[in-house]
Write a protein that binds this ligand. Structure first.
Ligand code: ZN
Length: 235
């Protein structure tokens, strides 16, 4: 096992792009994985290659460390999401501000597949953008969930994976600050321009904080975080 190697769960959104920069700053060899499960916002997955190339160009050291990209087809997730739509629990989740495509335990599924891939690739560190600070009700983003999953994966695969969650205890404004600390203004601009977080898959007109519909919970979180980041910079 290459102890300096990492696998980043990379969706092409703001959080996972910041996580990729964090990993490139820290590990000698970094690979990425994206999960294709028929999500409505395919635009996010389509951003991945653009972002990977741009980040390699941004910093030659990052370019040298950036290894293979993997895409894992998880079409079965869409089946579970659709059946959840017919049940009362999905409506309750929607009232909590979660999208009605919410898949229970989705991050557990992603981490299990990522670990199987990391096992095959000989990568010790698995990096994900889970965040408890503004986790929006997703219980599989909590620190305890990820720690429990690390124990389960290490027992079940007889490995010593380390699940890294650099965003776990920071908020959205601090995520922008972390991107700036890692890659300067150029990385902040790249994330603004090329990442996608909107639930409704809207690319839309550019806002100060990037593209999106501007009204869904994901856009509001991103807009609010960027406003606080920008205010702290100018204040
Ligand atoms: Zn939106």
């Amino acid at each position: 096992m290459k102890h300096s190697g990492a696998l980043v769960l990379f969706s092409g959104g703001q959080d996972s792009t910041t996580c990729l920069a964090w990993a490139l700053d820290r590990f000698e060899h970094v690979e990425t994985v994206g999960f294709d499960y028929g999500q409505r916002h395919r635009v996010e997955l389509d951003c991945r290659e653009t972002l990977r190339n741009a980040m390699a160009d941004l910093n030659p050291a990052w370019g040298a460390r950036l290894g293979e990209d993997h895409t894992v087809e998880l079409g079965a997730i869409a089946q579970v999401a659709q059946s959840a739509l017919t049940q009362d629990v999905a409506i309750e989740m929607a009232e909590d501000g979660l999208p009605n495509t919410f898949v229970p335990g989705r991050n557990l599924i992603f981490l299990a597949f990522a670990a199987a891939l990391a096992y095959r690739r000989g990568l010790k560190h698995i990096v994900g953008g889970m965040c408890e600070t503004d986790f929006s009700g997703y219980p599989d983003c909590r620190d305890d969930t990820v720690k429990a999953m690390q124990v389960a994966l290490n027992l079940g695969m007889n490995q010593r994976f380390v699940l890294e969650t650099p965003l776990m205890w920071i908020d959205k404004a601090q995520t922008w600050r972390l991107a700036e600390a890692l890659g300067g203004h150029a990385l902040v601009e790249l994330i603004k321009r090329e990442t996608h977080t909107c639930y409704v898959g809207e690319r839309g007109a550019p806002h100060a904080w990037g593209h999106g519909c501007g009204v869904c919970p994901a856009c509001q979180l991103r807009a609010d975080g960027f406003a606080r980041y920008a205010a702290a910079k100018s204040g």
